[in-house]
Write a new protein. Structure first.
Length: 396
């Protein structure tokens, strides 16, 4: 077994059970990509078993902090079974859910979502890449599913020195047979596991969509705007809550085509749904210039800040869209505003939105703070996993 020795004083994060070792913390030792290594402190004490990644700034991702544990086929079977059991205990009212949430489930850089009888997996680092076949078998064994699609196309693979790879890893039939319909809160939603964002859909917003439907109903919101709407999950929630008119804005025409399909599948009036293909910022500016008003607005933009290094630029982007949206709210109107950027902490996001309200001359109350659905596990020792944050505001 190969060993990695850390520089003096660089063992603190592992002692606190944070699973990452950055390249600057390594004093000596090398291994092949994805190979399991013993990580030691400067004085030779055991710290963790981890996967070595020679091309990444995150040089080691920890598998286990138990010196007696062995990283073998049985290890992955145990971890995956534990992750699946944890989701079963949540009794989620949907057949679309996250089964494995990477570091939070002790499987760094592995994401697995379930859509009905189809699994979708992303292998994001050298460690899980090396154990890819073992993981695939363990997933089918733990879930009883027979179809597993691989979506290893996230940008993080480039930083790991890994090429993109997509396609059926187990089962699946025809290469283009990638459309799936799921049930969420009694709604029917369609997605494409090969072409959709992330693994096909934004499952992390599942509970927030239900919350939005309840808010629309509670406050009688009739005119709703959904910016960065993707395939219209929040739009369907608004219609389910009784909205009379919902406008969905997104830059993707194919995504907006799903909005119309979702309206039809769920039996809503097609005349109540309007889609606009284009830039959300421009739409907000034009709506403001036209003096429009909405009873509820959703801002769920893409990841403006993937890391803390890009936080300043992202902060300006988040501020701009919130500054434009807040004056569009009618008195008593609701704003659900989100950031999925890991580089934007919750307190910083609060300050950004407060600054936007100040610039817009709008006052609002915070009704609720929102997070990812609980199947997107977040642990005490890995705060980076708690990436999604949101605010429910009501204009005074």
């Amino acid at each position: 077994m190969k060993s990695i020795r850390l520089r003096p004083g660089r063992e603190r994060s592992l002692l606190h059970r944070h699973p990452w070792v950055f390249d600057g913390a390594v004093d000596k030792g090398r291994a092949d990509a994805g190979e399991t290594v013993r990580v030691e402190s400067a004085d030779g004490r055991f710290l963790a078993w981890g996967a070595f990644s020679p091309a990444s700034r995150i040089r080691v991702r920890a598998w286990s902090f138990d010196e007696a544990e062995r990283i073998d086929h049985a290890f992955f079977a145990r971890r995956i079974q534990a992750a699946v059991a944890a989701r079963q205990a949540l009794a989620i009212d949907s057949d679309g859910l996250r089964l494995v949430h990477a570091e939070a489930d002790g499987l760094p850089a592995l994401v697995v979502d379930r859509y009905g009888d189809t699994l979708v997996a992303q292998f994001g680092a050298a460690g899980v890449e090396r154990w890819r076949e073992t993981i695939a078998d363990a997933l089918l064994q733990a879930t009883g599913c027979t179809r597993l699609y691989e979506r290893s196309d996230a940008a993080v693979r480039q930083m790991e020195g890994l090429e993109e790879r997509c396609g059926w890893l187990r089962g699946g039939g025809e290469p283009d047979d990638t459309g799936v319909t799921i049930r969420e809160h009694g709604w029917r939603l369609t997605l494409d596991v090969a072409r959709g964002h992330k693994t096909g859909y934004y499952l992390d917003q599942r509970d927030n969509r239900a919350r939005f439907a309840a808010l629309v109903r509670q406050f009688g919101a009739q005119r709703v705007l959904n910016c960065f709407s993707y395939t219209g999950g929040f739009s369907i929630a608004a219609l389910a809550g009784g909205a009379r008119e919902v406008t969905s804005v997104d830059s993707s025409g194919p995504a907006l085509a799903h909005v119309g399909e979702h309206v039809r599948l769920n039996g809503f009036d097609a005349a109540a749904s309007r889609t606009v293909e284009g830039d959300a910022n421009r739409f907000l500016r034009d709506a403001l210039a036209a003096g429009e008003r909405f009873d509820a607005i959703v801002l769920d933009p893409p990841k403006f800040a993937p890391t803390a290094a890009s936080a300043d630029r992202a902060a300006r982007a988040y501020k701009d869209i919130n500054r434009l949206a807040l004056p569009l709210l009618a008195p008593g109107g609701l704003l659900l505003t989100f950031s999925c950027s890991g580089g934007i902490a919750p307190d910083l996001f609060h300050k950004i939105v407060a600054g936007a309200a100040m610039d817009a001359g709008v006052d609002a109350d915070i009704l609720q703070r929102l997070h990812a659905a609980p199947d997107h596990a977040a642990t005490l020792f890995f705060p980076e996993g708690d990436y999604l944050k949101g605010l429910v505001l009501r204009r005074r």
